[in-house]
Design a protein around this ligand. Structure first.
Ligand code: UGA
Length: 440
């Protein structure tokens, strides 16, 4: 099939490449000429394992092309996926829909044939209905354009596999042929047994925000338990393991620590709160304020514990930070808990060196102030404290004895509960974590 993907940021670039990978002819469109140039040359403009390979393979095969022209998109296909961002508005908790609206408003008058426009961005419930009206008011006479919503559930770092083998496909549409068309698009996935949920647009929009709200709730729940563990001498990791054996609960997303960040979970729960207020059901989801609050508190708890570990104040202390991205296997530092903690420690006067395997360029732009190091040993040299803030595999593989030899004091705060405490302790380290008794 021929299709376009409009918006080639994180979601769109992956979707376009994966749609080509399963055999479709794809045109990716974005207003950012630099991004389009990189993608057309088969280069991913961000770090995502597996993406460069499928980009290169499909651009070389001619199944995947890129353009900056919406007109070209309208001419190329009559199925369009919209993947532009919906960031938090600067003045409120709500989502900024201006990019989504600009694409729908811009595309509609350019359509010359009956078309289906499928939104994939995360939007407030009710958006498809509003966009359908905008599109109907802008198409040329005689042209019919339907709107459907097909939310995306991919995780950064696993984006390619999540797109090619999702847990489920959700399609919300009031147009009868949309369902059939999307079943054809996703036929290889359906053949492989992926569940397909066909529903109305409001339910489809809500599935996405409900899923992210649930995941955020799970993380904040275990982080709340971590605070209780700290107060009572219990161990949150063993607690999570034991809870996880109950299949109704499950172990995933029960890793206690610095909490959630990134471009999705934090802004999605806030946008949901804003939308629920508009729908007069703010009270029903008001617990999400607490989920957000518990999450923020982990950042403060980490800074407090770090300050305590270096003797009560940061001024004159040297702190090594391991990890800047919001999670491993990503170069994304948007709302990164690691960078938020780093910013506070810098602001309190510590001399901070930061290492990250992939996120240094983005971190440097987001937070000037600390020294950024490409070498872990260099970051840790003469440190009074090592802060482990993002659980990259590389940090778990460090030799604690080798590291102990370069620091000024072998103290580590493992804010992700991911290091092998026994090994670090055996190598002479004073090991602290969130929600676990001190290992002294
Ligand atoms: C999240 C969802 O997992 C995806 O399903 C969704 O499609 C995506 O948002 C989106 O809306 O686009 P992502 O932001 O890539 O994906 O990252 P996650 O793997 O969900 O991690 C989010 C944050 O939670 C990270 O900061 C991570 O460190 C933290 N986390 C995760 C924990 O603190 N504890 C856990 O147990 C799990």
């Amino acid at each position: 099939m021929r299709l376009t993907v409009i918006g080639t940021g994180y979601l769109g670039a992956v979707h376009a490449a994966c749609m080509a990978e399963i055999g479709h002819e794809v045109l990716g469109v974005d207003t950012d000429a630099g991004k389009i140039e990189a993608l057309a040359a088969g280069r991913a403009p961000f770090f995502e394992p597996g993406l460069p390979e499928i980009l290169a393979r499909n651009t070389e095969a001619g199944r995947l092309r890129f353009s900056t022209s919406l007109k070209e998109a309208a001419d190329f296909a009559d199925l369009h996926f919209v993947c532009v961002g919906t960031p938090q508005r600067p003045d409120s908790l709500a989502a900024d829909l201006s990019h989504v609206e600009a694409v729908f408003d811009g595309l509609a008058p350019l359509l010359t044939r009956d078309s289906l426009i499928v939104g994939k961005s995360t939007v407030p419930v009710g958006t498809t209905r509003l966009l359908s009206r905008r599109v109907a008011a802008r198409v040329r006479p005689g042209v019919e354009a339907q709107v459907a919503w097909n939310p995306e559930f991919l995780r950064e770092g696993f984006a390619v596999q999540d797109t090619l083998r999702p847990d489920r496909l959700v399609v919300g549409s009031a147009a009868p042929h949309a369902d059939q068309l999307l079943r054809t698009v996703y036929e290889p996935m359906l053949r492989a047994g992926v569940a397909y949920v066909g529903t109305d647009p409001a339910t489809a929009e809500l599935v996405k925000v409900a899923a992210n709200s649930f995941l955020a709730t799970k993380i904040s729940f275990i982080n709340a338990m971590a605070e209780v563990c700290d107060a009572s001498g219990a161990d949150v990791v063993t607690l999570a393991d034991a809870l996880g054996h109950d299949e109704r609960i499950g172990r995933r997303f029960l890793s206690a620590g610095l909490g959630f960040g990134g471009g999705c979970l934090p802004k999605d729960i806030r946008a949901f709160l804003a939308r629920a207020e508009e729908l007069q059901v703010g009270e029903a989801v008001s617990f999400l304020h607490q989920i957000d609050g518990i999450n923020d508190r982990q950042r403060r708890r980490t800074v407090d514990l770090a300050r305590h570990l270096v003797g009560g104040w940061f001024a004159g202390r040297r702190v090594a930070v391991l990890g800047a991205t919001f999670k491993p296997d990503s170069d994304d530092v948007r709302d990164s808990p690691a960078l938020a903690v780093t910013a506070d420690v810098v602001a309190e006067g510590a001399h901070v060196r930061v290492h990250d395997p992939q996120g240094l360029d983005n971190a440097r732009t987001a937070l000037p102030g600390p020294e950024y190091c490409t070498d872990v040993m260099a970051a840790c040299r003469d440190a009074d404290l090592v802060l482990h803030l993002t659980e990259w595999r590389q940090y778990r593989a460090l030799d604690p004895a080798e590291l102990a030899a370069v620091v000024r004091a072998p103290r580590v705060l493992d804010a992700r509960n991911a290091l092998d405490r026994a090994a670090w302790h055996a190598a002479g380290w004073h090991v602290r974590a969130l929600g676990r008794p001190a290992h002294v």
